[in-house]
Design a protein around this ligand. Structure first.
Ligand SMILES: [Zn+2]
Length: 403
């Protein structure tokens, strides 16, 4: 596997600028286009699974993070408090859960609404030491695919199973190949909230959800508020990190005094399930760039079709075809300069899945000749058929370039 930092530079996906700051990369147009497709896909997958999306600010009052426990248990990983005045202090949030707890308690809740699945692709900040930062894999400004599923205790098992299914679907579409499951448990020390009974209960629920799957146990890797299932990946250097996670939390619902009216009219406390299907956009793309060597599946390739007129006589027809691609929702560009061979090679080097060649014969017949980035050539086909085929591959989130 090639280091994602090198490919990120060569393919102009992102830019690390000392003036922006270590761990604060900038997504360039090509990287942003790929990320946009992935974000849209995940949002739609979640919408179909009953998630409701919200927006919340990346910073909040100091008191919010005192209440959540972050300032007490997680301050080492956070930026220092921002002070406007003595009674107006703010925290760059290290997680989205506190805001989502506020979404939950914005009004009264009934058991009929549970599981209530609140999702957001939101910004958060971690004060990583500059020595460990590199490219997209470790950053200080994080865009997390996050959700908090509030459920009744008896719903937790089914909810976790459903989340595991969604993770599988998302991984298949993106081309993520997990290296294994990990049950992350409490370790020794004082950095955990709650009592033994709470931890035991949460642990048992997760063990049940993992039954039948191979997994390893990792003491000391739990969140400060509860145990979690982590799905691990390996980077090009063989280092392991977490891409997807499901965490059980009995603590925050108590801290925020969350409740719902149960079926007998009494008040009950929900459980909070923190989950991420694909992790942060930064770590996800660090991994995807390496595992695909930059050759993403067509649906999130930065440029999906490069249109190549053989000569200036085909320029108008080529531009018309490019516009049809764009109208069909594809990312397409026209490259007219240089020899055809060099342009076909250039498209493949930039990992563009489809080069559409238009020569005199193709234009006369209303056709295009597709060249794939892996070197395969397709017999010339009617332009609308080519467009339909590519659009179909993209809409299906297929890993293949041909049906
Ligand atoms: Zn959370």
């Amino acid at each position: 596997m090639v280091d994602h930092r090198r490919l990120g530079r060569e393919l102009e996906l992102f830019h690390a600028d000392p003036l922006s700051g270590a761990g604060l990369p900038i997504w360039l147009p090509a990287g942003a286009a790929a990320r946009h497709s992935v974000e849209s896909y995940v949002r739609e997958l979640e919408r179909q699974a009953g998630y409701q999306h919200v927006y919340s600010p990346p910073l909040g009052k100091r008191e919010l993070f005192e209440l959540s426990g972050h300032l007490g248990y997680f301050a080492d990983d956070m930026f220092p408090v921002l002070r406007l005045s003595a009674d107006d202090e703010f925290v760059l949030r290290p997680a989205l859960c506190p805001h989502h707890a506020l979404v939950y308690r914005a009004r009264g809740r009934s058991y009929r609404e549970l599981p209530l699945r609140i999702a957001e692709l939101g910004g958060m900040y971690r004060s990583e030491r500059s020595g460990v930062l590199g490219g997209l894999s470790r950053v200080r400004a994080i865009s997390l695919n996050d959700a908090h599923n509030f459920c009744a205790v008896e719903q937790v098992g089914a909810e976790v199973a459903e989340i595991l299914d969604l993770i599988r679907v998302a991984h298949a579409a993106l081309g993520v190949r997990p290296a294994g499951f990990r049950l992350s448990l409490r370790g020794p020390g004082e950095k955990y909230v709650g009592d033994d009974e709470m931890w035991q209960h949460a642990e048992n629920l997760l063990r049940e959800a993992l039954s039948g799957l191979p997994y390893v146990e990792a003491p000391g890797e739990a969140a400060f508020y509860g145990p979690k299932i982590d799905i691990q990946i390996l980077d090009g250097a063989g280092r392991e990190s977490t891409i997807s996670t499901i965490q059980l939390d009995f603590d925050k619902p108590a801290r925020f005094d969350l409740s719902y009216t149960d079926s007998s009219g009494g008040r009950s406390r929900p459980v909070m399930v923190h989950r991420s299907l694909v992790g942060s956009m930064e770590r996800l793309f660090a991994y995807l760039i390496e595992v695909h060597s930059g050759a993403f599946p067509a649906w999130y390739a930065p440029v999906q079709v490069q249109v190549l007129p053989v000569g200036p006589e085909q320029l108008a027809a080529a531009e018309a075809f490019r516009q049809e691609c764009v109208r069909a929702g594809l990312r397409a560009e026209l490259v007219g300069d240089g020899s055809l061979g060099a342009r076909v090679r250039g498209a493949a080097q930039r990992r563009v899945p489809y080069a559409a060649v238009l020569g005199a014969r193709e234009v006369a017949a209303g056709q295009v000749a597709l060249r794939l980035r892996d070197g395969r050539a397709v017999e010339p086909m009617a332009a609308p058929d080519a467009l339909r085929m590519i659009s179909g591959i993209v809409a299906a989130h297929s890993a293949e370039l041909l049906p």
